[in-house]
Design a protein around this ligand. Sequence first.
Ligand SMILES: Cc1cc2nc3c(=O)[nH]c(=O)nc-3n(C[C@H](O)[C@H](O)[C@H](O)COP(=O)(O)OP(=O)(O)OC[C@H]3O[C@@H](n4cnc5c(N)ncnc54)[C@H](O)[C@@H]3O)c2cc1C
Length: 560
Amino acid sequence: MPTHDVLVIGAGLAGQRAALAAAEAGASVGILSKVHPVRSHSNAAQGGINAALGEEDTWESHAFDTVKGSDYLGDQDAIEIMCKAAPQEILDLEHLGVTFHRNEQGRLGTRAFGGASAARTYYVADITGQAILHVLYEQLMKHDEIYRYEEWFNTAIVQDDGGQVAGVVARNMRDGTMELFGAKAVILACGGNGQIYNPTTNALICTGDGIALAYRAGAPLMDMEMVQYHPTTLQGNGLLITEGARGEGAHLYNAQGERFMEKYAPNKLELASRDVVSRAEQTEINEGRGFPDGTVALDITVVPRKRIHEALREIVNVGRDFAGVDITKEPIHIKPGNHYVMGGVKTNVDGQTEIPGLYAAGEVACVSVHGGNRLGANSLLDTLIFGGRSGRHAAQRAKTMAQPTASREHLEHEEQSVREIVGRDRTGRRVSEIKAELGSTMDKYAAVFRDEEGLNQALEIVRRLKEEAKTVAIDDKGSVFNQDLFGALELGYMLDNAECVVVGALERKESRGAQFRTDYPERNDDEWLKHINLTYSEDGPQISYSDVTITQWQPEARTY
Ligand SMILES: Cc1cc2nc3c(=O)[nH]c(=O)nc-3n(C[C@H](O)[C@H](O)[C@H](O)COP(=O)(O)OP(=O)(O)OC[C@H]3O[C@@H](n4cnc5c(N)ncnc54)[C@H](O)[C@@H]3O)c2cc1C
């Protein structure tokens, strides 16, 4: 049985940062990922990473913008920690070899992002995530005490008789063998759940595995209803046009040629926070001022061509290859699309969940620094700061304890479940069919605007699909890269995620951040300035509440 002090599940930015921090704190570390680490979804991050590093900027300003962006649902102690640590994190990354953009004076250059009162987004053209991911991977390979399990799929978290985490069960995707891993601490860094929606900006691997694994193990999830719709995604396929485009000065227009953000956010216009811009676009579309294909237009031609080719070069390719549009010459049609889950596994500021030895960091987790709405370029920062803190804390904790006992019964149970799925007769629908119905259901009823009737419809459909998933058809009976099997496992995770999103959205009877209830259009601090926690039970998620941590910023009306 491979055994480590700290086992990290997921090798995106959060996982890699956690693994490095744990190793530097003296732990033996395993990092396990269902895709090769540099293919993790962090690779897709385009626009940049925030830090108040400029002379005129302050961490307090960054923190306040984040609190306001969160619609006052973010925990302010966590936000303070993140924003204070951000400048040093950027410098550390630069010293490790991340080639951040430098301006004409040779200093680190910034771009403006939505909801920010200063231009504090540091970037590498529009491939920031890729640039950081590759540099961290180089660092991982330098550490002998970090063992990499690449293309291993985690199916369960293992606890000992006292409830302490003792390891995980995972399947080697290359040959189908299953293994029990021992660990004193497990850090979930499995990313988000965008695939429960269709379309989404997220990669196929973003199926909410870590959120469901923690939930099934008994860890509460928090604020799952808070799902971000990004204002600029391509119709149909969900591909993202980075917020960096608006940061560089691009404008939004409706089909009547009006720069409509003047109505909704007169001070910040296109650079209001994402929930505000997405609602504005959707209102224009719903009220008949969009284009016939259900979109509005993003005009990037107002940005000087030299600057487009320097700072938005991937977007030039995306426009050409996926929309047939030369963004340097004509506007591109966009709409709000699923992008990010603000909720996730409830953790404290060191990444600890309510299960001893289980940690979570990155998009899988809810610390919570994003509350009801994440500011663009705060996610990469979240992954690194709280990935690092989780790794350090888990390593220190591991020093104080003996290796818990991981019973082989867990392995046998998981092997049996997989055998049952693969050996099943073909009676049910395919994974892709159930997944498609799930995605369109979520996009229809749990999107930018929601109401009780639609959410009840969604819950009924999701629960029916959960039943159907129990007999989902598997054609591939093999053991080498059986994507059919992994699809079935991921489908189960996705349905747990979707059920929690809808139950949370039904429960929160107010409008705050990304949750806009047309039947409860106002924010209601008296009753709903609180987190919604969901805990697994046979009968569905059990609801409880916890307080929002306020330090220095009292809730006030949010205008841009
Ligand atoms: C198109 C796009 C652009 C973005 N641009 C920006 C940006 O400019 N700035 C910003 O701040 N944020 C951006 N974001 C958000 C940000 O990229 C993500 O929130 C962040 O990268 C998530 O990192 P992570 O480490 O938490 O997870 P990921 O990078 O998603 O990594 C998840 C890891 O978990 C592993 N995993 C998952 N399930 C299992 C399992 N069952 N078994 C084993 N391994 C598993 C995967 O293999 C992977 O290694 C963007 C998001 C998208 C979709």
